[in-house]
Design a protein around this ligand. Structure first.
Ligand code: SF4
Ligand code: SF4
Ligand code: SF4
Ligand code: FES
Length: 944
């Protein structure tokens, strides 16, 4: 094995229908018009020496190393900034150029430490390479004069170091921060000799607005910006291409290794979701994989009050199987169930639902999408016919108007947010619909045209009012609707949205959105060109989550914004494989590919393949499993990679349900909060330790590749397989590729997917079958999957959760960039330096009324419960609204949230809770008790 090399073409690729033919060093080449001479040469295989150019950012032309001679032109132009021209004749290697280049290099080297042998970048330094490439043999200038050799280091960032003594002021980092990441955290301060890279206002990286995405580190050609890990342990020696295991963007990385030790994760340029970019989580926050708290041996206990006992894998599996069979014998076949993980691979989730259906003999399987995007499945299937986003991420480059509703991409989907920001800087327009002033509303060089700061819980009223404007002002794309949609349903809908009670003026009092703003936003979406809607959990986690998804789909159909690049309806999926978990049949009513268990043909297909009889009635959803547990009928559960105690609503009810069960089996990396109620703990494996696939938010199936042996001994799919065999239902897969082959055989939308094809194509967006052998980037092109697009009436039904004198504020929740979900992974990395605890954002007016000051403890109380956390006084939230994140178990935001849920899917209403905030003086009683109980529950019996 060796390191996978990537080609740097020097300048970005250019898209143009016109091509130009030129001659470079006597060889003809044809390239798109606008391509640089440097890139054209590289396409031919000719490398022109360079330092300030790299193909992730526009050329700058400062180092003067890439000079060439062009027939008929005076001087020696820089090849990185010179575009090709028809008939151009270029020479890249002449004695004159060689001399000039050596002179340039001599100047650079004369102000550069000559410590190559002990430098962290030795062997991976473009300055070193270029000195060799131009044949520099001596440096005539001494080090006596002024130089930068003793310039200070900035090691404030835990993940990378800035060593100013090695900086050649090429500004690649500055341009990467601007063009790739869009944060504009860096500048070159000073002039001439005094020039230096400067974060923020000459601050340290850690205190500047830098978000640690790593783009500057990636772009730096020297050791100036280097990963701390490389400095500590040295350069990697082999690598593999894999997929980030954090969010639904699905960034591709090169995992660079030394033996079985991960040295760094480098974003992969050919990754179609990320195009070479990364965020702080995927790039740097993987230290949890080797964290000391990771559990690597199976454990059992007969009661949750007892300490854990470490046992062998055989004993743990045999014990689990015998407990599950005992429970079924006593309480019936339906008394047990399972939960699949959106963090695990497709193959692993498929296997868990197969275990439940074939070995447990029921459909009691569910997944965490229940609490996040189940309304997306319902809403998009009803309107379009497919439970998934319509576009690929590349599509955003052709979008003219973006609508972002109930999503905060810069924190939750940061790499895609950078692509959005790039398009916005190019001139696309932006509408943000969110109670909170998220970063996209206003950040460097990005400003939303409209921010509709609606009251939490009023999405449907706002979207229906937008539809009212579009219909009553004659902005409907009538040709599209006539050709593509069900006309009767459209007519009903148009009549419905036209009703006066849906006008922006009528809904303003409920939504809090000024009618004029809403009208302007609706007009912009309908008439501004290609319009794309991006949404997140701020849409789905409501009692009207499914209605809101359908309201979004209605708007897109009415304006003809479905079925071509640049438009579409795009759910931004939270977890890395939540799309895949849903695709794989993790819901109690569906087999893989979203086919209902009551469909005879489908059921018979699975019965035949699996050799078991399958029921036609759906099984239990997670909330029903917990209800049944409390009622005494549901007694055992297998939970793979999910912390339902922390992530599901109404913590007390979840705890009561788990406590009422006789066998709770948790399979995870750490003793999570749910494991406090477990009887069996099966240690899980990380994404670095297994093969498989994840499916991201754009339906893109991508390979996960094993780069180290599982520390716990087995990949998660192997553990499920062992359990199935112990239960008497045989499974004998030798490799996850065989599981994918079975999925492809049984799932029409995956029919063309195999590991071989994934290896050949890099990634595939489903549907992938005979009709689309390379996958489907954009869906519903000529017709909707369901045939005609279906308009649905979206009556606004206010949530039953109401503010009143006792609970006058509305709490809404979300994520922060540095942490991920319940924080089990990111809290065990240096990312906690950015976010040590959850805080409550409160408007200055509301804070003052309550005598609350910034940084002080406050009590947060709802009808369901109470918790305490520190306050952050900010006008990012409107008066009357408070906001917090849910990354830390001690805060347990879900103690506060209510039992209300989406009418169609049971997705909990996390985004609207009526609360009161008062001054506090530290954690409340249950938080103190909980910490103690949690500590007790984690005791492990000392080895004999
Ligand atoms: S890490 Fe990212 S945000 Fe920070 S300075 Fe570098 S490019 Fe900019
Ligand atoms: S830090 Fe690196 S990329 Fe930035 S100017 Fe210096 S050498 Fe160039
Ligand atoms: S954007 Fe998401 S997938 Fe990409 S690196 Fe960050 S966490 Fe990973
Ligand atoms: S690489 Fe062209 S001027 Fe630096």
């Amino acid at each position: 094995m060796s390191l996978i090399e990537e080609t740097d073409y020097g300048t970005p690729a250019v898209r143009s229908d016109k091509t130009v033919t030129l001659t470079i060093d006597g060889v003809q080449v044809r390239v798109p018009e606008g391509t640089s001479v440097m890139r054209a040469a590289k396409e031919l295989g000719t490398t022109i020496p360079k330092l300030c150019a790299t193909d992730s950012v526009a050329a700058f032309g400062s180092c003067r190393l890439c000079l060439v001679e062009i027939e008929g032109r005076a001087g020696t132009p820089a090849s990185c900034t010179t575009p090709v021209a028809e008939g151009m004749v270029v020479a890249t290697q002449t004695p004159k150029l060689a001399k000039l280049r050596r002179g340039v290099m001599e100047l650079y080297i004369s102000d550069h430490p000559l410590d190559c042998l002990t430098c962290a970048a030795n062997g991976d330094c473009e300055l070193q390479d270029m000195a060799g490439a131009v044949g520099l043999r001596e440096v005539r200038y001494g080090y006596e004069g002024a130089n930068h050799l003793t310039a200070a280091k900035d090691a404030s960032n835990p993940y990378f170091t800035y060593d100013a003594s090695k900086c050649i002021v090429c500004s690649r980092c500055v341009r990467a921060c601007e063009e790739v990441q869009g944060t504009f955290a860096l500048t070159i301060s000073g002039r001439g000799f005094g020039s230096r890279v400067s974060p923020g206002q000459s601050e340290a990286f850690m205190t500047s607005e830098c978000v640690s995405c790593g783009a500057c580190v990636q772009a730096c050609p020297t050791a100036t910006l280097t990963e701390t890990r490389v400095i500590e342990i040295g350069q990697p020696e082999h690598s593999a291409i894999t997929t980030c295991a954090y969010c639904g963007v699905g960034c591709t990385f090169k995992a660079e290794m030394r033996g079985e030790e991960l040295v760094r994760m480098v974003p992969w340029k050919d990754g179609k979701a990320n195009r070479g970019h990364s965020c702080v989580k995927g790039r740097f926050a993987w230290g949890y994989a080797t964290h000391r708290e990771r559990v690597t041996e199976p454990m059992i206990r007969s009661s949750i009050d007892e300490p854990w006992k470490v046992v062998s894998w055989d004993e743990a599996i045999a014990h689990t199987a015998s407990e599950f069979r005992r429970i079924q014998a006593k309480y019936g076949r339906d008394s047990i169930g399972g939960i699949t993980s959106s963090r695990c691979t497709n193959e692993e989730t498929y296997l868990v639902q197969k275990l439940v259906r074939a070995a447990f003999g029921n459909h009691n399987v569910d997944t965490c999408a229940r609490v996040c995007h189940s309304p997306t499945g319902y809403g998009l299937k009803t309107t379009f016919g497919t439970s998934a986003g319509t576009q690929d991420f590349d599509s955003v480059a052709q979008t003219d108007v973006m609508v972002v509703i109930g999503a905060n991409p810069t924190d939750a989907h940061p790499v895609f947010a950078s692509r959005m920001k790039k398009r916005l800087r190019e001139g696309a327009r932006l509408i943000v619909i969110d109670p909170r002033r998220i970063d996209l509303v206003r950040s460097t060089h990005v400003e939303a045209d409209h921010h509709l700061a609606l009251r939490p819980g009023t999405n449907v009223a706002v979207l229906t009012a937008m539809a009212h404007v579009i219909v009553t002002e004659g902005l409907v794309d009538e040709t599209y609707v006539r050709e593509r949609c069900d006309l009767q349903a459209y007519a009903h809908w148009a009549e419905f949205v036209t009703l006066p009670q849906h006008s922006p003026e009528a809904t303003e009092a409920v939504t809090g959105v000024p009618a004029a703003d809403l009208r302007a936003a609706a007009r912009l979406y309908a008439t501004g060109g290609a319009g794309a809607i991006y949404y997140g959990l701020g849409v789905t986690e409501h009692s009207q989550g499914s209605t809101t998804v359908m309201a979004i789909a209605n708007l897109a159909m009415a304006t003809g914004n479905i079925g071509r690049p640049g438009v579409g309806v795009n759910p931004l999926r939270g977890q890395n494989n939540v799309q895949g978990a849903c695709d794989m049949g993790s819901f109690p009513h569906e087999f893989s590919g979203y086919r209902h268990v009551s469909e005879d043909e489908t059921r018979h297909l699975f019965e035949q393949a699996w050799g078991v009889a399958l029921g036609a009635e759906p099984g239990l959803r997670i909330p029903n499993m917990l209800d049944e547990a409390v009622a005494g009928a549901f007694k055992g559960i297998y939970i793979q990679g999910e912390d339902i105690l922390q992530s599901d609503p109404n913590t007390k009810h979840v705890a009561a349900g788990l406590a009422a069960m006789e066998c709770v089996v948790v399979q995870d990396l750490f003793l999570n909060e749910t494991a406090n109620y477990a009887h069996v703990f099966l240690p899980g494996s990380t994404f670095l330790e297994k093969d498989g696939t994840f499916t991201n938010a754009e339906r893109r199936i991508q390979r996960v590749r094993r780069v180290m042996r599982p520390r716990n001994g087995y990949a998660d799919w192997e553990i499920t397989q062992k359990l199935s065999n112990a239960l008497g239902y045989p499974m004998d897969y030798a490799h996850p590729s065989q599981i994918m082959d079975e999925i492809a055989r049984l799932t029409p939308t995956f029919a063309g997917v195999s590991f071989d094809r994934l290896d050949a194509l890099g990634s595939i967006q489903w549907p992938c079958n005979d009709a689309a052998p390379e996958g489907t980037p954009v869906m519903h092109i000529d017709h909707f999957v369901r045939g005609k697009g279906q308009f649905i009436l979206t009556e606004y039904v206010p949530t039953e959760e109401k503010v009143g004198p006792r609970y006058p504020l509305l709490l809404t929740t979300g994520r922060i960039l540095s942490q991920y979900n319940v924080g089990a992974q990111t809290r065990r990395t240096e990312n906690s330096r950015w976010h040590e605890e959850d805080v409550l954002e409160i408007h200055p007016h509301d804070a003052e009324e309550r005598g609350v000051r910034d940084g002080e403890w406050v009590r947060l109380k709802s009808r369901s419960g109470e918790t305490a956390l520190r306050a952050k006084v900010t006008d990012r939230v409107a008066p009357g609204v408070v906001y917090t994140t849910f990354h830390h178990p001690l805060t347990q935001a879900n103690v506060i949230t209510t039992d209300y849920s989406d009418w169609a899917t049971n997705c909990p209403e996390y985004k609207v809770t009526a609360v009161q905030v008062s001054r506090g003086n530290g954690p409340v009683e249950w938080q103190v008790e909980y910490s103690e109980q949690s500590r007790k529950s984690r005791r492990i019996e000392a080895a004999e």
